[in-house]
Design a protein around this ligand. Structure first.
Ligand code: R5P
Length: 313
């Protein structure tokens, strides 16, 4: 069997280190530098010929993170790695996944093409904006879920008469699956976007009054969706409101918005994107162990789906 190696780009080195630790490996050395104009230069510092190589790099802003991943893949291919797996804990550009108006790009497909063309043989990623993005790839893709980590955290919370809320139609299936696991009802919030990064709540479907509500979403960006949703649920009579949102994109003043909203009790996020904020309400749960285990199972040709069956008890 070929040797397993894990390397990290510069977008989330803490997570990459934790992933390697959980797989009981060290990160393989790679030098990444910028020329004075910003162009990225990459060199693997040890032999990767014939290696089963896993490159850990989230692709949140700036777009250099994506470019760096492409260059890491290209360098590995040219160094004759046997198999290259791009481990992309946060897959950015996924929200543009269809032509919802004329003359726009489908960036999710574009990024899938770029990764494949650069030389990736497989992808491991987590909580894609929509699961259908898997179909944009003609190489194997393992789609992991942060839900085992969040469900365990929710079970440690004092919650009663619980409902799970989907902040838009896109998250209904995910919310329903959380509901099954924590024995909660389903609420659907009918969200509209009058403009980019602006969210409005139109209607709430389901019983809210007197319930502790868990809002499930793949990410928080500007915080508009999450805060508006929490405030509408509070106004409809919800008691404690907790968010479980996998990717902490947190642009602009989103953290301040969450801190200031009296409707929000707390928010659980993961470390797919580096976490450098100071907030009493936002709690990070690491997905390093899940990713580490997925890497080991991929290397050993073992089932990934059973990983989730085992953890979700
Ligand atoms: C939308 O479909 C996503 O699932 C998130 O709800 C959305 O992208 C969050 O963005 P923001 O925080 O800017 O409202």
């Amino acid at each position: 069997m070929s040797e397993l190696k894990i390397v990290s780009g510069r977008s989330n080195p803490d997570l990459a280190k934790k992933i390697a630790d959980s797989a009981q490996l060290s990160l393989s050395p790679v030098t990444i530098r910028n020329f004075s104009d910003g162009e990225i230069w990459v060199k693997y510092e040890e032999n990767v010929r014939g290696v089963d190589l896993f490159i850990v790099q989230s692709t949140h802003a700036p777009s250099e993170n994506l470019m760096e991943l492409l260059i890491l893949i290209d360098a590995a291919k040219r160094a004759s790695a046997k198999r290259i797996t791009a481990v992309v804990p946060y897959f950015a550009y996924a929200r543009q996944d269809r032509k919802d108006q004329p003359r726009v790009s489908i960036t999710a497909k574009l990024v899938a093409n770029l990764l494949t063309e650069a030389g990736a043989d497989r992808i491991i990623t987590m909580d894609l904006h929509t699961p259908q993005i898997q179909g944009f790839f003609d190489i194997p893709l393992d789609h992991l879920y942060a839900s085992p980590v969040f469900v365990a955290a929710l079970r440690n919370e004092e919650l009663s008469n619980v409902a799970v809320a989907s902040p838009d139609v896109g998250s209904i299936k995910t919310a329903r699956s959380y509901g099954k696991r924590i024995n909660a009802d389903l609420i659907v919030v009918d969200k509209r976007r009058p403009a980019h990064n602006v969210a409005e709540v139109m209607n709430i479907i389901g019983e809210v009054a007197g319930k502790d509500v868990v809002i499930v979403d793949d990410l928080i960006d500007t915080g508009s969706t999450f805060v508006k949703c929490a405030e509408a649920l509070k106004a409809a009579g919800a008691k404690k409101i907790i968010g479980v949102c996998t990717h902490p994109v947190f642009s602009g003043n989103s953290i301040e918005k969450i801190e200031c909203s009296t409707a929000i009790h707390k928010v659980f996020v993961t470390d797919t994107i580096p976490c450098h904020w100071d907030s009493s309400k936002i709690i990070v749960h690491s997905v390093a162990e899940l990713l580490g285990e997925a890497i080991l199972r991929t290397h050993n040709s073992e089932s990934i789906s059973s990983l989730f069956e085992e953890i979700i008890r």
